[in-house]
Design a protein around this ligand. Structure first.
Ligand code: ZN
Length: 244
């Protein structure tokens, strides 16, 4: 039987396509003339199909499925949808981050602005208190200030090194300008006594004179208009001068 059908042992392998080409060719030649081997092959063929059908259908692992899907024609579009959804999430997240940052920046800006206002108000209150304290002190001198449409008082206590300018109707300045106080010594030399801008919400401005040394070293003060930030020496129009 084995001699009649020398390749019958190869049929199972041939049925599932596992036989090498050389043996397969020889078997095929034999199959053309041998009905027994044809029947054998047919039987294996049925078994093979039945085996394939008998395998339970299984979902491929997710990663393999994705790889396969991307290789299928027309699969790109189906993959594109979740990609789009992800980038929308990313966009929404980015936008939320941007809003938070903008809100933070705005809050910081507001806080700095409030701090600046607070500092200005604190300085005004301090000046007012200094003026009151100076007025209440018997040794304080009250020297009149007079200039073009300007009236006021210089409160001066040389012993305690306190000098406060209270001026009415100071003209408003441009943003690029500031008032600057000058302390004048006996030689006529000017030393900065601080810069200030008029209090826009009040008809008068009170400002402490910042003296680098004892006020008794000086013989008077003057106020000029200077570029914002002040100058090292007077360069602008003099508003008023008071001799001690
Ligand atoms: Zn045969």
């Amino acid at each position: 039987m084995t001699n009649e059908h020398p390749f019958i042992e190869d049929i199972p392998a041939y049925a599932i396509g596992a036989l090498d080409a050389a043996h397969a060719a020889v078997l095929q030649t034999h199959l053309k003339t041998c009905q027994t081997c044809q029947a054998e092959l047919a039987a294996y063929g049925v078994v093979s199909d039945a085996l394939l059908m008998a395998l339970p259908a299984q979902m491929p692992p997710a990663a393999l499925r994705r790889r396969l899907l991307t290789r299928l024609p027309g699969a790109q579009k189906r993959e594109a949808r979740p990609k789009l959804a992800w980038s929308f999430n990313q966009f929404a997240f980015g936008f939320a981050m941007f809003l938070l940052l903008a809100l933070n920046a705005f809050s910081v800006f507001q806080m700095l602005s409030l701090q600046r206002q607070q500092a200005v108000l604190a300085r005004q209150v301090q000046t007012g208190q200094t003026a009151l304290a100076a007025l209440a002190y018997p040794e304080t001198r009250s020297l009149p200030i007079s200039g073009e449409n300007i009236t006021g008082t210089l409160l001066l206590d040389e012993e305690r090194n306190v000098a406060v300018v209270i001026a009415w109707n100071l003209p408003a300045l441009q943003a690029s300008q500031t008032y600057q106080i000058w302390l004048i010594d006996p030689q006529g030399k000017r030393t900065s006594g601080g810069i200030f801008t008029p209090q826009t919400d009040l008809p008068f401005t009170s400002v402490s004179v910042l003296s680098p040394g004892s006020l008794s070293n000086f013989t008077g003060i003057g106020v000029t208009v200077e570029p914002a930030g002040g100058s090292s020496q007077p360069t602008g129009k003099r508003i008023f001068k008071v001799d001690f």
